[in-house]
Design a protein around this ligand. Structure first.
Ligand code: 5GP
Length: 198
């Protein structure tokens, strides 16, 4: 029985999904949630203002700077990072509880956060999402219509810098079709579940 457990006991997988803003992480993850509803997405805590259509507690947990600082001091985040003047953090307790009960968890975080998670949890599965081209990424950022030109230019520059982090990741998925990218993510997770731990 002990030998059986040793090799077959299944704990949840921690899957980190990163990629430049505008690449379509939310669309791919929304589609993925439809085909794999048992994999839970972690809701990030942020000090950013909600965009229109964003729902508190669903898209993000929106908190004040003061509240965020208080949670940092209490060790409440697995990792946190500043991004364009706003803070984003992964709630530690929620993630640890889900993994312990065997639930797979997806974190949608930027590259600094991804690196911090990998350091603390080396077994995390690292997935990088890219747009088919830089021109397409710019088009997607503009079509969102929520950001001013200088912010879009900044995000494009940052996107280029983020590509340098691809070697920190194990898988790269090109988001040329949301449905296909979601299927590829599902395939990655299935393969990771079948992998024998060394
Ligand atoms: P946005 O403001 O466009 O929703 O997100 C900005 C960036 O913050 C994205 O690249 C997103 O992946 C990242 N982000 C969202 N949640 C977290 C988090 O919990 N931790 C870190 N480090 N980054 C996050």
């Amino acid at each position: 029985m002990q030998t059986w457990d040793k090799y077959t006991r299944r704990s949840g997988l921690l899957i980190v999904v990163s990629g430049p803003s505008g690449v379509g992480k939310d669309s791919v993850l929304d589609e993925f949630s439809k085909i794999c509803p048992d994999v839970k997405r972690c809701v990030t805590t942020t000090t950013r203002e909600p965009r229109k259509n964003e729902i508190d507690g669903v898209d993000y947990n929106f908190v004040s700077h003061e509240e965020f600082q208080r949670r940092i001091e209490h060790g409440g985040f697995l990792e946190y990072a500043e991004f364009y003047g706003n803070l984003y953090g992964t709630p530690r307790k929620w993630v640890e509880e889900k993994l312990a009960d065997g639930t797979d968890v997806i974190l949608k975080i930027e590259v600094q956060g991804g690196r911090a998670v990998k350091k603390q949890m080396p077994e995390a599965v690292m997935v990088f999402l890219v747009a088919p081209s830089l021109e397409e990424l710019e088009r997607r950022l503009r079509s969102r219509g929520t950001e001013a030109d200088d912010i879009i230019a900044g995000r494009l520059n940052r996107a280029l810098a983020e590509l340098e982090h691809i070697p920190d990741y194990q898988y790269m998925i090109v988001n040329d079709s949301v449905a296909r990218a979601a299927e590829e993510l599902k395939a990655v997770i299935s393969a990771e579940h079948c992998r024998i731990k060394q």
